[in-house]
Design a binder for this molecule. Structure first.
Ligand SMILES: [Zn+2]
Length: 186
């Protein structure tokens, strides 16, 4: 394929994504005040002396080291972008107050106040802790989807959809094996 053709096709894909997910693009621009307030107060749900990563700065750590340190199913989701079977995670039923951290590097990604029952069989959240997740476009099933990862270790967490509850309209569909839960009151 000529370079110019490639660029034209790439441009068409980007336009298609904006056309397919206009509300998601919109949702990332304006943040409802109640969501902003909830994002700000996540630390109030962190247990005293909880062992978490406090600096989101990227880690220089190889996949080979993570493979040795993590359970196989967590490694495969986080660093090979696998997807766990729906309804397989105990975190689906987790309703206590607390913080969900990345299973690999322990960076806080969600608070219990951000969780809701999406009925999909995967732990779901309607927003995330700001600056701790980053998104990329995924063409794995040809239709573009937004996948997201932990900014510290780069571990894949799940996919972001625009069919979540109001007011954010977002659904952060997470693999349970990619998270650990720290209850506020152990
Ligand atoms: Zn991480």
């Amino acid at each position: 394929m000529h370079r110019r053709d490639f660029i034209v096709k790439l441009g068409a894909l980007v336009l298609l994504q904006v056309a397919v997910f206009p509300s998601l693009v919109e949702a990332t621009k304006t943040l409802p005040p109640e969501i902003a307030a909830l994002q700000k107060r996540w630390r109030s749900l962190l247990a005293e002396n909880a062992k978490v990563a406090t600096d989101p700065k990227a880690l220089a750590k190889s996949k080979e080291i993570w493979r040795k340190e993590l359970p196989l199913e967590s490694y495969q989701v986080l660093f090979e972008e696998d997807t766990e079977a729906p309804l397989s995670s105990h975190l689906n039923l987790e309703k206590r107050a607390g913080i969900f951290v990345c299973r690999a590097c322990r960076l806080p990604l969600f608070s219990s106040e951000m969780k809701y029952d999406s009925g999909t069989g995967w732990p779901s959240f309607f927003t995330s802790i700001p600056g701790h997740c980053a998104t990329k476009t995924d063409y794995k099933i040809l239709i573009p989807r937004t996948k997201y990862h932990c900014v510290k270790c780069g571990g894949h967490q799940g996919h972001l959809f625009d069919d979540g509850p109001t007011p954010s309209g977002e659904r952060w569909c997470n693999n349970g094996v990619a998270l650990s839960f720290i209850p506020t009151n152990p």
